[in-house]
Design a protein around this ligand. Structure first.
Ligand code: BGC
Length: 421
């Protein structure tokens, strides 16, 4: 595959991770709490994850060595502010060292300030429905910028604030506050935190209107806090954009989910510097709700249809609705068969090239994910990584897909090197 001339010289080619999925022992976060509750819906706890917290130096060197030009990772609020109002300089220094490692290896760091997990104390204060959450998040962003701002390449405020509305359409989460007490995991969390179950509102699972308002306010306040330090820094949020489609009998539901999950969040992105697009496939609705993958199609490890064409559709949707630059901040496939991943990435990258050829301002392609890691409620079984990890020894082994995409990134960089006269 040759590099399309439409990729601009400063186009970012990267891989992504999220702190809780790779660092290990994120014990002060709300998600760690949920993983260990009676009635938990998590298949297994995150534990040591892939020990990226201690191994980031070798990991960042490996990513750069493969040819990538960018690394997207997240900061863990629960480490940086372990108690409300108490900030850890040692933890901020840890992330500073990560940013320095990126700089030393020529990687542009795309930094996510919040990737699903929050400090436990925030959950006890009403989580993502709490009256002070937007203000507290902005204060944390301000502290981060004071300490790290000069080294951040691109800033993402919230990761996938819209995901709960998609999950709700699959029957995951989405209980009204008054019904949360009947869900064992929420009831146990409330007991542990000493709060009423109706107030348990973690980021990934809360799909109320109050939750929408808090997230929007948090994004806006965080953007202002970040820009106060560096007005020129590119700031946006990253959205879970499935290509939402319907078969006969499912149109009304598909239109509603598309409105709740994609369109209103894209409309709310207008005015931002860019919007991060995170697409894995299509979601099809029929007369009985979310329709299973059609008979005979190739499926991923979660049993969903493999449909890499979705990315081109969601980039075009984002461009049409938000009207701002787009960055692909996640795209990938859960499979044990890496050849399948290479084929998937090829189609996805071709879709990006087609958008660029049509004049759509796409700033980068960042694959999910650097390492096989903790896939939230599914635990460690799904393999999204371009780099395999033996969790017994923590040994890393790049897969063919890492060589393929990294090689593509390198070729792209070379294609822009000016030849001496
Ligand atoms: C999230 C990642 C997750 C990935 C694959 C996105 O929803 O941002 O944290 O691992 O999709 O499911």
């Amino acid at each position: 595959m040759t590099v399309s001339p439409f990729f601009p010289p400063d186009f970012l080619w990267g891989v992504a991770s999220a702190a809780h999925q790779v660092e290990g022992n994120n014990v002060n976060s709300d998600t760690w709490l949920l993983e260990h509750l009676p009635g938990t819906i998590f298949a297994e706890p995150s534990g040591d994850a892939v020990d990226h917290y201690h191994r980031y130096r070798e990991d960042i060197a490996m990513i750069a060595g493969l040819g990538f030009t960018s690394y997207r990772f997240s900061l863990e609020w629960a480490r940086i502010e372990p108690e409300e109002g108490h900030f850890s300089v040692a933890e901020l220094d840890h992330y500073r060292r990560m940013l320095e490692a990126c700089r030393d290896h020529g990687l542009t760091p795309v930094v996510t300030f919040h990737h699903f997990t929050s400090p436990r104390w925030l959950l006890a204060m009403g989580g993502w429905e709490g009256p002070r959450t937007a203000e507290l998040f902005a204060r944390y962003c301000d502290r981060v910028m004071t300490h790290l701002g000069d080294l951040i390449g691109v800033a993402c405020t919230l990761n996938e604030p819209n995901l709960p509305w998609l999950l709700e359409s699959f029957g995951i989460g989405g209980e009204a506050p008054e019904n949360r007490v009947s869900v064992p995991m929420w009831a146990a969390a409330a007991e542990r935190l000493g709060v009423d179950a109706s107030t348990v509102a973690p980021f990934q699972f809360c799909s109320t209107e109050a939750g929408f308002a808090v997230k929007l306010a948090a994004h806006r306040a965080a953007t202002a806090a970040i820009k106060a330090h560096r007005p020129g820094l590119q700031v946006g949020w990253t959205l879970a954009n499935s290509d939402i489609q319907s078969i006969e009998g499912g149109r009304e539901l598909a239109d509603r989910v598309r409105r709740d999950v994609n369109e209103r969040f894209l409309e709310a992105s207008r005015g931002d510097d860019f919007v991060g697009i995170q697409t894995y496939g299509r979601t099809v609705y029929g007369p009985d709700g979310h329709a299973p993958a059609p008979e005979g199609v190739e499926v991923n490890q979660m049993g969903e249809e493999i449909y890499p064409q979705a990315l081109e559709a969601t980039i075009r949707e984002a461009h049409r609705i938000a009207g701002i630059p787009v960055m692909v901040t996640e795209n990938g496939l859960a499979t044990e068969d890496d050849a399948q991943r290479v084929a998937y990435l090829q189609v996805a990258v071709d879709g990006v090239a087609a958008c660029l050829a049509d004049g759509i301002d796409v700033r980068g392609y960042i694959a999910w994910t650097a390492f096989d890691n903790f896939e939230w409620i599914f635990g460690y079984r799904p393999k999204f990584g371009l780099i395999a990890v033996d969790r017994g020894t923590q040994e890393r082994t790049p897969k063919e897909s890492a060589h393929w995409l990294g090689g593509f990134a390198r070729e792209h960089a070379l294609s822009h090197v000016t030849q001496p006269a």
